[in-house]
Design a protein around this ligand. Structure first.
Ligand SMILES: Nc1ncnc2c1ncn2[C@@H]1O[C@H](COP(=O)(O)OP(=O)(O)OP(=O)(O)O)[C@@H](O)[C@H]1O
Ligand SMILES: [Mg+2]
Length: 256
């Protein structure tokens, strides 16, 4: 079943006398279980598309059906409800509450979810943190976690409401190579378990971990390709660690 169905999406921004045509009639279908990368040069419309996919913005023209719901005609309340229940956001800057523990950060979206039994909240937040490998860091504050761990908390927070898909905007933009590979490996594991993921990235090496890559240029979709030989982030991570261990050993040998 299609989770995302965009038809003829246009987004025009009017600035003074100038009309910027940021998206020029985009069609896109994303099925359940896909792992999609959105690529394209600066100014091509990636953030504009992200904002529409994330129900943070509405197109000037066109239809967006999310998990069977038409969003373009939804009123403000329904639009916000669709956003909160159907989409899990992961941002480059983590966006965690700094004075709030990992558990409380992950529990937060459940307070806004209609019909969620309150007593189940802690249980679900804990399960989400265990799923991202942070079962031993429940009470840590963001400042007591590494960047990669903070992004894991953000991913647990995105997952806890069981959204139709995860929308990630340059999720590893603030992370070093090792943490980047850890996060990509986590995304691949979640996707292998059936989670639909849409990720914006500038980097072809990261897009290679996805299953499908679309490329925007000047507001239009210029390519849409399946990734035939998908890179495995866990393997890249192991290779990276082994290489670093070797370099460290050589340095230690040289110093002796
Ligand atoms: N709020 C806005 N008002 C007016 N023009 C805008 C607005 N947001 C984006 N644009 C214009 O729309 C076009 C697409 O912008 P967008 O931010 O979607 O690009 P992008 O692909 O995300 O670029 P980058 O890789 O630099 O983040 C650009 O020409 C930009 O100047
Ligand atoms: Mg952008």
């Amino acid at each position: 079943m299609a989770i995302i169905e965009l038809r003829g999406i246009k987004r025009h921004y009017t600035v003074g006398d100038i009309v910027v045509r940021a998206l020029r009639g985009l069609d896109l279908q994303v099925e359940e279980g896909e792992f999609l990368a959105i690529m394209g040069p600066s100014g091509s419309g990636k953030s504009t598309l992200m904002n529409i996919l994330g129900c943070l913005d509405k197109p000037t023209e066109g239809s967006y059906v999310l998990d069977g719901l038409e969003t373009s005609t939804a009123g403000a309340d329904d639009f916000a409800e669709i956003r909160n229940s159907k989409i899990g956001f992961v941002f480059q800057g983590f966006n965690l509450l700094s004075r709030t523990s990992a558990m409380e950060n992950v529990e937060l979206p459940l307070f806004y979810k209609k019909g969620a039994a309150r007593r189940d909240q802690a249980k679900r937040a804990k399960a989400a943190l265990v799923e991202v490998g942070l079962g031993s860091r429940l009470d840590h504050l963001p400042s007591q976690l590494s960047g990669g761990q903070q992004q894991r908390v953000a991913i647990a927070r995105a997952m806890v409401t069981d959204p139709a898909f995860i929308l990630a905007d340059e999720p590893t933009g603030n992370l070093d190579t090792e943490m980047t590979l850890e996060i990509m490996s986590l995304f691949q594991a979640l996707n292998d378990r059936g989670k639909t993921i849409v990720m914006v990235t500038h980097e072809p090496e990261l897009a290679a971990y996805c299953r499908r890559i679309i490329t925007l240029r000047d507001g239009s979709l210029v390519s849409d390709q399946a990734v035939l030989q998908r890179a495995r982030a866990t393997e890249a991570l192991e290779a990276w660690k082994a290489e670093n261990a070797l370099i460290a050993a050589q340095k230690a040998g040289g110093a002796a």
